[in-house]
Design a protein around this ligand. Sequence first.
Ligand code: ADP
Length: 573
Amino acid sequence: MNDEVRISQDSFAWAVEHVAEAFALTRGERHTIIYANAAFRRMAVPDAAGLIGRPLDESLSTEANGVLRPVLDRARRTGLGERSGVIVGLVGGASPLSCTVWPDMLRNGDTEHLVVELRRASADDMAPTTHRAVAERLLLSALREQDAARDAEVSRRGAALLSAESRRLSESLDERATLAAMSRMALPHPGDWCIVDTVGPRGSMTRQAVTHPEPATQAALSALDGRWLPRDDDEYGLPLAARGAGPWIIASDSHAFLHSASHPADVRDVLAGIVTGPLMTVLLTVNERLLGAVTFVSGEPERLLGADDIALAESLTSRSALALDRSRLYGEAIALRARAESANEAKSAFLGMMSHELRTPLNAIGGYVDLLDLELHGPLTELQKQDLGRIRSNQRYLVGLINDLLNLTKVAGGKLGYSITDINACDLLTECVALVHPLIGQNQLEFDRVRCDAQLTLRGDREKIIQILVNLLSNAIKFSPPGRRIIVEGARTSDRVLLLVADTGIGIPAHQLDIIFDPFVQVKSDTLGQQSGVGLGLAISRSLARGMHGDLVVESTLGEGSRFTLTLPIAAT
Ligand code: ADP
């Protein structure tokens, strides 16, 4: 049985339970008795419990059924009330009775119940006063039903409001937009308005919005913007919540509440002119953190705020609190990212500047080493020459490192220009292999030849591709023990050229494959021990590749070797 039916049945029972006349309510085509008042129960059957839930005709003799059933059926069908002839042979009673039937219609015109009244046939006509009393009571139940329908409508509007509110709140991660969405929040009763206050980072209270459904009142309230602020002695809203009250406060005389604080006279004047009913403050909290408070002010002085209003207000505010918290966190994350980005930029600028500053004296060191080595200032002993050799190799290492750093800061900062041309892939690969060929021999590695289609042409910056390929080849040589193989190939897809540098060296553990492209990452190797380099080559190479609308990827199996593929756009034929 749905709520509306239960309410109507309850109302009916409330109206007729103790009247002298016998009333019952039936339902459905079989006229199942769903309620019988005390008089009916007394009149119809000795065992009242057996009456409810059974069809009415089971309580009647066949003869009585013959008279009553057509009347009941007709009333159901036509929706019109009717009075029966004399009925004899009710199960529990012997005296002749007469019956009056009223259909109880649903709003769609269907008959929901029949109201059945039995009375002794001898009392031919009911006294007019009784008729009036019953009519009044039925009217009263109809009114109660109307109330129930209104409540149902309000909760339907509440549910619709909640879902619309959730949608609006979830639409934005921006704090201001979330607050704007919250400010339009109100209970679904006409004339209700709302005040939204929030707590700032240092506990400061801000009145975010005051929303009233009537434009004129809204204009008057908006004119108080910046004047009607939360005051410590307010007996409602955020100040009271901040004093530890809550989760809600309901005030019966909200005028007194709104006026109680030491607000300016113009504020009090405007508030005095607004019709208000009770008010209720609900806290905006997330994980017990107080973010603010929403005060709902009823627009009807007579309105009672009930459990439904509190539940709806709490749902609205808990959603708002989550949305507000989320948008604040998002705002903080954005601010943190901006700070991190600017710190990163400062770091890059510093690295760039330092590298420049270091490069000049390091080049000077190199120059003086060459000068000494040429023995222009006098002959050198063998030991002095050896020491000069060590100074030179360290100087070169430092220059290389600084060049890499400069390169990285330029590439990462997007400050590098690219001079893109059509380049023959095969020539390019052969040229790069020639540059490292002595090292292949020195490390006793096997190298067959460059495998590539002679016509293959790509688009890119020649110098930068050479830088990438030489880095890949140097790594392949560096991370391959003697006797292993280096493979260099050019291939193509429909729109890309693939330049491949593979080796059968030590390989890279699977869990490190992603991070070797990050700056300063080096994989520890048991096989080869400490290798030169600082872990910048691949980071620079990938950034360069991407700067040319290409990419650099790796496949590798530990102990078996690695395969780096540089992809670049193919040249139009
Ligand atoms: P560097 O060579 O200066 O250390 P890279 O950025 O060029 O820096 O390479 C990063 C790391 O990736 C290397 O230290 C090495 O651990 C791993 N690596 C790169 N290429 C290979 C390869 N062909 N075989 C095995 N490991 C490699």
